[in-house]
Design a protein around this ligand. Structure first.
Ligand code: ATP
Length: 314
């Protein structure tokens, strides 16, 4: 994989005020972001919040209606063709020739894009993604996790500098997902910048930074710790038997913005820490209940953001 060139010393992506409208609908509204080289940046948010549209604008695949910026040092408006040549894009619905082997599929992709030095590129991609031993296996016989790997191999055949992964592991089991992410980190260590959209919290936690979008607006951005700290959310856990009635009661309290059961434990959250603590105080001495303040999880924060954005924009 190509190491970042000296000219790449600036950010890999640096855009300001991107807007995209489809008809009368503003799908992305004033999006700005900077992403450094070799970083893995996650995009999260409800369905239809504009993640894919934003990612496509960032790398010149879609022209913004307003805004400006650069991707890989090139202007996203006037140099989009040059940007596209350096982008590997794994879409939500990739497809293969099921009755061709892994190696034959990759060779086909290399031919389709007119790549020089095909044999070496295919061999490199097979080795890079641990597909060498399976090179003769038919694509149609692969499990979900190996299919994703093949898709990733196809994306890096042309030595891109930027990878766009649109929900790359939807429906893949946790072990295969973890291994897929190990590969993404290995590619990032080699200098590739990665933009990835996902709905999985464990994947968000494996990104160097995340952006959360709702209704086309950037609601929050930063490392996972920063996003949790900035949320202003306070969370308590309550453990004990038969928490159903308590869950229903707490859901009706004005200090409680969210309550959800996780096994034999409730997560109770609210923005006003003092009011929430006061509301839960009477429960603390109750026999059989363990009530403790806890760090909000990323999922707590995202559900909170989702609820807030529904109130603000819907
Ligand atoms: N080419 C298009 N023409 C018209 N509307 C579009 C087009 N592409 C996307 N949209 C609309 O823009 C909105 C944002 O779509 P987008 O695919 O960017 O969201 P997303 O956050 O990636 O969603 P998901 O999580 O479901 O993949 C949606 O309402 C979608 O229907």
């Amino acid at each position: 994989m190509t190491a970042p060139a000296a000219a790449d010393s600036g950010p890999a992506i640096d855009v300001r005020g991107l807007v995209k409208r489809f008809g009368a609908k503003t799908v992305v509204d004033g999006f700005s972001i900077r992403v450094g080289h070799g970083r893995i940046h996650g995009f999260l948010g409800p369905n239809g919040s504009g993640k894919t549209t934003t990612i496509r604008m960032l790398c010149g695949l879609l022209t913004p209606d307003a805004g400006e910026g650069t991707c890989l040092g090139l202007d996203i408006r006037s140099q989009s063709a040059a940007i596209k040549r350096q982008v590997g894009y794994m879409t939500q619905k990739f497809s293969f020739w099921e009755d061709l082997s892994i190696a034959e599929n990759l060779d086909f992709v290399a031919r389709m894009y007119g790549l020089s030095d095909r044999k070496r590129r295919v061999a490199d991609a097979l080795e890079r993604l641990g597909l060498g031993n399976r090179r003769r296996q038919l694509a149609g016989e692969l499990s979900g996790g190996w299919k994703q790997r093949l898709a990733l191999a196809a994306c890096i055949l042309h030595d891109p500098k930027l990878l766009l992964l649109d929900e790359p592991t939807a429906g893949v089991d946790p072990k295969a997902r973890r291994e897929f992410w190990d590969e993404i980190h290995a590619l990032a260590r080699d200098g590739l910048t990665v933009l990835v959209s996902t709905h999985y919290m464990d994947e968000a936690e494996r990104c160097h930074a995340i952006a959360y979008l709702a209704y086309g607006r950037l609601m929050t951005e930063g490392t996972v710790d920063e996003v949790v700290a900035r949320s202003g959310l306070h969370t308590w856990t309550i453990a004990g038997p038969d928490l159903g009635p308590l869950e229903r009661e707490l859901a009706g309290r004005p200090e409680v913005e969210m309550v959800a059961a996780f096994g034999a434990r409730l997560h109770v959250s609210g923005s006003d820490g003092a009011a929430l603590a006061a509301a839960l105080a009477p429960l603390r001495g109750q026999p059989g209940l363990t009530v403790a303040e806890a760090e909000p999880t990323l999922e707590d924060v995202f559900i909170h953001l989702m609820n807030r954005s529904t109130d603000n924009f819907a």
